[in-house]
Design a protein around this ligand. Structure first.
Ligand code: ADP
Ligand code: MG
Length: 894
């Protein structure tokens, strides 16, 4: 078979039964069904039965089932059934929780999966990359991931990075011409683009020849990275390890008690059942579930606030972020530009009107200027309209930009200044486009003039543009540009920028009709230009940004602005938003280049604004910040931002303006490009961590209490205060359900009022252990006292009922205090966690009911307790809660 690169476009299109207009939607759907999705590795689907089976992989469950069988064999039928029921109920709850967690993660994965642009039925549509089929026509541009292997039909300065396939990190040029040789190595197949590679520059169209495992990347698919959202996070791993230690510790203690019981002559059967249930009570088998639930429901909550997490581990890191590096345009600002000033031929004009509506005029000293300054204004307008690929659209009087907002604003200004885009397109058709790129900070369009010669129109950052100009357009003709003129123009730029205007320069160059193709590149044409003028636009800050920044500062998080824009503009906006003060200066890319790593590292803590930087600078800034110990979140949108995003602790991609490459490199995607969303995500991250910690504390304290109580009684030689059935009940009702409610506790308003958590901080630290043990001792203490007290005058059954009730009450009540580590109960909005209130109320009710309902009391082996006694039990059960709250107050007063 002839390889793809050796075939003509026509042959290939025929072979894959497609055309330049693409497949029909019906045909694409048919092929997708026939060939399967275009995915190298199928994401593991959520298989409910596997989760269900997983519930029974727990040793504890089997110990319990054995206990149930033993009880049954000995004729204790009620016990046997109860234990079995509890086991099943426990498994059902665990199953349900894990299923919903897995489903929310799967839904999230779909949201963040790569997309591709294809032409179908002649229309461009965006589809998930997994739905690409052989014969689809792919449209490629800078920042895209190539979704399948495809033969190029058309290219414009297309360059692709193929490191995923060939290891070569330098972008290679691509072109559609047929190759003659048969044995061309992958790296030299210039007319094919491969799946998994990314577009570095230019544009192209290609017809898909292979998908999924048939692609070149498919052949080496084992080397691919796994999706990371399914991986356990560091915290989960640590807790798993910790849980295993606890299991052994608990089993050890249980074995000890067993031996002790034997020595005291307790019946083996009773002892076995007690030990088994004690083991169940002591082992925090709900721990992994609770952590998973807290993480995945937290992630779901974040997605509702427009932050899509791509790596679960990011949730933990978010809570310790200490520096947020953010873009300016569109993130801190609205990204809705309006040109306010024009400067051409030595004259500064004002532009009236607002938004993207083309209504408005150019004024000089408050008077309409189009009619008297027609020539210079039209020259500038030609640049603004001609070097532009945006479009305006109107809907019910509301004007919008399709494309780059900066270019949309230029379009509006050019129209107001008297330009006419349609006429321009007709008279000087577009010959070539050299689109804006963030490193060059310019865009250019080459147009064909009436006489066949070319004119290149260039817009871009004025400083760099002026460097490339040798002439100046004036009212009286074109003159050579000298240094004085350049300086005065730069002075003009600074004046406009200090007024927070985003300033663009415009220039052009005439080229002979026989200019060789090889010259029509950015470097080839963007020199010896004629400078025309300046355009200053406002991009108002987002109203919520200022507040979000203040919240960051309160939370001990520094906000750093990193922008490609002019230093003055950046500083003006940074001051307005409270990022910078009057005395702080911005560091520009050029200044940054002059610094060594050490110098940069020393200065980063005091720099709030980096201006005129490129992607490479971003990487240096990240390294410097991280070297100084900061945990850095960094935003990015362009292709070039991918490395910086990868190196940041939290890489954040823009959902709207971000490229596919950036999104796939990111830990998190913010769908509204809004700075406030990042802050919301940090808040959620902190809240999730808090929730995990409080749930752990609650669960472990409960276990400790039960263990201490039982141990004390065995040592003193009292009859067991809790029957196996009680321990199982406590494990399920008293611990399990409230713990789940704590895991999804609404976030405290205070989480953003304390400094970020230290990244090395352990989740189980000293203060955790202190609270947990105090908690356990207090619960065990009051229960033991009550038990002893009743045992003096009543039967063990009655005393047991009392002990059981006090313990359950105490643990249930304690859950309210567990919601906050240092805030006393009366400062926590009681009903903000409705689930918890509901669960605790129901459990309390059930407990009381079980003492009076024959059926339940048979299962739970409880004696009836008078109403007055129940009230009294409730009262003493509040003692641990009250003491713990007092301790909180004393501790926070210190
Ligand atoms: P940021 O997003 O950090 O504000 P950009 O990288 O978008 O910065 O832009 C940097 C500079 O490039 C701008 O200040 C402007 O001078 C210039 N620029 C931005 N967009 C365009 C464009 N579409 N065409 C020409 N020049 C542009
Ligand atoms: Mg930008």
């Amino acid at each position: 078979m002839t390889p793809w690169h050796q075939k003509s476009v026509k042959t290939i299109l025929a072979q894959v039964r497609s055309s330049v207009a693409g497949l029909s939607k019906k045909e694409a759907a048919k092929r997708l069904l026939a060939d399967g999705p275009n995915a190298l590795k199928e994401l593991p689907p959520v298989r409910p039965w596997q989760l269900l089976v997983g519930q029974f992989k727990n040793v504890i469950i089997w110990i319990l089932i054995a206990a149930s069988v033993i009880s049954g064999a000995l004729g204790e039928l009620v016990d046997a059934i109860t234990i079995l029921l509890i086991v099943l109920l426990n498994a059902a709850i665990g199953f349900y929780q894990e299923l919903s967690a897995a489903q929310s993660i799967a839904a999230l994965l779909k949201l963040t999966a790569p997309q591709a642009r294809v032409r179908r039925e002649g229309h461009v549509t965006e589809v998930p990359a997994t739905e690409i089929v052989v014969g689809d026509v792919l449209l490629l541009e800078a920042g895209d991931l190539v979704a399948a292997d495809a033969r190029l039909l058309k290219t414009a300065s297309l360059k692709v990075i193929e490191s995923a396939l060939t290891g070569e990190s330098v972008a290679v040029p691509k072109q559609p011409e047929i190759l003659q040789q048969e044995d061309v190595p992958l790296a030299e197949r210039e007319n094919i683009v491969f799946q998994g590679t990314s577009v570095a520059a230019g544009t192209g169209q290609a017809v898909v020849v292979a998908t999924e495992m048939q692609t070149e990347l498919g052949h080496i698919a084992e080397l691919l990275e796994e999706t990371e959202i399914n991986k356990d996070t560091p915290l989960q791993q640590k807790l798993d390890a910790f849980g295993r230690i606890l299991i052994w510790a608990a089993l050890g203690i249980v074995a000890l008690l067993f031996v002790l019981g034997l020595l005291r002559g307790t019946k083996i059967l009773e002892l076995t059942l007690t030990s088994v249930s004690l083991a169940v009570a002591a082992v925090p088998e709900g721990l992994p579930t609770v952590v998973t639930v807290a993480l995945s429901l937290g992630v779901l909550r974040m997605s509702r606030r427009n932050a899509l997490v791509r790596k679960l581990a990011a949730v933990e890191t978010l809570g310790s972020v200490s520096v947020i590096c953010t873009d300016k345009t569109g993130t801190l600002t609205r990204g809705e530009m309006t040109v306010r000033e024009l400067f051409v031929a030595g004259q500064r004009y004002e532009v009236t009107g607002g938004g993207y509506s083309p209504e408005g005029e150019i004024q000089l000293a408050g008077k309409r200027a189009q009619d008297s300054h027609t020539a210079p204004l039209l020259t500038l307008a030609t640049n603004l309209l001609g070097c532009n690929s945006a479009h305006l659209s109107e809907e019910a009087g509301l004007w919008k930009t399709i494309g780059d907002p900066t270019e949309g604003a230029l379009l509006v200004a050019g129209t107001k200044a008297g330009g006419n885009r349609e006429a321009l397109e007709k008279e000087q058709p577009k010959y070539r486009e050299l689109p804006f790129d963030a490193n060059r900070k310019r865009s250019a369009v080459i147009r064909t003039q009436a006489d066949g010669s070319f004119r290149a129109l260039v817009n871009g950052a004025p400083g760099q543009l002026l460097q490339r100009c040798t002439q100046l357009y004036t009212a009286t003709g074109i003159v050579p540009l000298n240094d004085d003129m350049r300086d005065s123009l730069l002075e003009q730029v600074a004046v406009m920028a200090q007024a927070a205007l985003r300033v663009l320069g415009s220039a052009y160059r005439d080229l002979a009709s026989d200019t060789p193709e090889s010259q029509l590149t950015p470097d080839g044409i963007e020199r010896e230009l004629v400078f025309v003028g300046l355009t200053g636009m406002v991009d108002p800050p987002r109203p919520e940004a200022k507040d979000a920044i203040a919240r960051c500062h309160a939370a001990g998080i520094r906000v750093v602005m990193i922008t490609g824009d002019n230093a003055h503009t950046a500083n003006a906006i940074a001051q307005e938003l409270g990022i910078a003060t009057k005395s702080t200066a911005a560091l520009t890319g050029t200044e940054l280049d002059a610094l060594t790593e050490e110098q940069l590292q020393q200065r980063t803590p005091t720099i709030a604004v980096y201006a005129r930087v490129t992607a490479a600078h971003k990487l240096r800034i990240i390294h410097a910040l991280r070297a100084s110990g900061a945990i850095v979140a960094m935003t990015g949108d362009g292709v070039n931002d991918a490395p910086a995003i990868k190196h940041a602790d939290i890489g954040i991609a823009m959902g709207k303006t971000g490229t596919e490459v950036t999104k796939q490199a990111a830990d998190m995607i913010i769908t509204d490009d809004n700075f406030a969303t990042i802050v919301a995500a940090v808040e959620e991250g902190r809240g999730i961590y808090d929730n995990i910690r409080k749930t752990l504390e609650y669960l472990l304290a409960g276990n400790a209490g039960e263990l201490l109580l039982m141990t004390a009684c065995v040592i003193v030689g009292l009859p067991s205060p809790l029957l196996p059935i009680h321990l199982l009940w406590i494990n399920l009702v008293t611990d399990g359900l409230p713990a789940l409610c704590l895991a999804i506790d609404p976030i405290d308003s205070d989480v953003m009022k304390r400094p970020p958590r230290h990244p090395f901080e352990k989740i189980i630290d000293r203060s955790f252990l202190r609270t947990m043990l105090l908690n356990g001792f207090l619960t065990a203490g009051v229960t033991f006292t009550e038990y002893l007290y009743i045992l003096r005058t009543e039967t063990p059954e009655v005393a047991r009922t009392h002990a059981f009730t006090v313990l359950v009450f105490a643990e249930l009540l304690r859950s309210f205090g567990a919601r906050r580590e240092s805030k006393p109960l009366w400062e926590i909005p009681f009903f903000s966690n409705r689930n918890l209130v509901l669960v605790v109320t129901l459990s309390l009710g059930l407990q009381l009911w079980s003492q009076h309902n024959d059926f339940l009391s048979r299962f739970l082996k409880t004696e009836s307790v008078s109403f007055l006694d129940s009230f009294f039990l409730l009262l003493i059960a509040t003692i641990p809660l009250v003491i713990l709250e007092v301790v909180k107050v004393i501790r926070s007063a210190k």
